[in-house]
Ligand binder design. Structure first.
Ligand SMILES: [Zn+2]
Length: 358
């Protein structure tokens, strides 16, 4: 039986199908190729995600993304629709924890304290398209930064952090509304309590994103996190990197060797550290249903309505009702609850159909 849902929305995607959004110069052609590959996974909308990097590199990538979106009205239909799939930009860093563990795979030399003037220059390069920023609230000045960012209309997420409970509560009071990939970008070992995982789980004003690829969180942790946070505050993301949608093997990502294993795990070569995922949202929905014992409607909400709410996109997308942009995903459930995407619609235009679906 086919289903129709609001178009899947991914709040965190660093690359896909061979393109690293943080790597080489972004061209119109390479972005269109990547986004066409994303449409085949049911993703109608996404936030291209840039990680910690020197100012000039971030500025260049933000400008390239903004230029692509702004040039779209003058481009061909495929490019216009590809640009329409970019619902804003997620800046993950550079104002995150410098510590090993919370920093995750971000490069230590590029991590720095929050700097509002720098952020304003980055937002200018992005033509105002930075919609979400992930930072660590324990930095001096972070609370003031959060207040300014929220006042400017940017959603603030806590992530790659070693903050204590007081710092997390202060961030929430300042307007932070999301935990980025909760349970990852964290110390390998923590005091059993208190710690920043419990603090964020207990904060009812925080939504949380999760990476349900089976490597970032064991099934029991995903299930427990979703139950603690509540279905309505839980969001599935891919955190995909360029290797996603590609064959297993070793490749260079941000100047470092990264391995995609045949099982679908992406790790810094020779280390146990994950370096993003090879996940896709169609798999994320199926994995979350299986790992967290969720009904289909709940898992779909986590890639549609809830991320739209966090990214302040509810007037455009995330629900099936009149007056919304027609961003849609059609799919059926195959064996073992596999989500088989049949068609993806962006702004009322069919941008992908499976071979056997007409
Ligand atoms: Zn991260």
């Amino acid at each position: 039986m086919p289903y129709i849902s609001p178009g899947f929305l991914d709040l965190q995607l660093n690359g896909f199908a061979g393109l690293d959004l943080n790597g080489e110069a972004l061209s119109q052609e390479s972005l269109v190729v990547m986004i066409r590959a994303l449409w085949a996974t049911g993703t109608a909308l996404f936030l291209p995600t840039l990680v910690s990097a020197p100012f000039e590199r971030l500025q260049g990538a933000l400008k390239a993304l903004a230029d692509f979106v702004e040039a779209a009205p003058h481009l061909d239909l495929q490019s216009r629709l590809a640009a329409a799939s970019i619902a804003g930009i997620h800046l993950e860093g550079p104002y995150i924890s410098p510590e090993d563990g919370p920093r995750g795979a971000h490069v230590a030399a590029f991590v720095r304290p929050p700097d509002w003037d720098e952020f304003c220059r980055l937002q200018e390069a992005a033509s105002g398209k930075i919609r979400l920023i992930t930072l660590a609230p324990e930095w001096p000045g972070a609370i003031d930064f959060i207040e300014r960012a929220v006042a400017s209309g940017v959603t603030v997420a806590i992530g790659h952090t070693g903050a204590d409970g007081h710092q997390i509560r202060a961030a929430v009071a300042a307007g932070a509304r999301l935990s980025t990939h909760l349970g990852n970008g964290a110390h390998a070992q923590l005091p059993r309590h208190p710690n920043y995982l419990w603090e964020q789980l207990a904060a009812d004003d925080l939504y949380a994103t999760f990476i349900p690829d089976g490597f970032h969180l064991p099934p029991s942790v995903l299930k427990s996190f979703v139950r603690a946070k509540g279905v309505h505050r839980s969001i599935l993301i891919t955190d995909a990197v360029a290797a996603a949608g590609e064959a297993p093997g070793i490749r260079t990502l941000m100047g470092r060797e990264v391995e995609l294993t045949p099982q679908g795990k992406v790790q810094l070569l020779g280390t146990p550290y994950l370096a993003g995922s090879a996940l896709r949202l169609d798999l994320a929905v199926a994995n979350a249903m299986r790992m967290a014992d969720l009904p289909l409607a709940d898992a779909i909400r986590m890639v549609t309505e809830t991320p739209a709410a966090v990214a302040a996109l509810t007037s455009r997308t995330g629900r099936l009702c009149s007056g919304m942009e027609a961003n849609l995903t059609l799919f059926r459930l195959g064996e073992d609850a596999a989500v088989e995407v049949l068609a993806t619609v962006v702004k009322g235009q069919v941008v992908y159909t499976a071979g056997d679906f007409a």
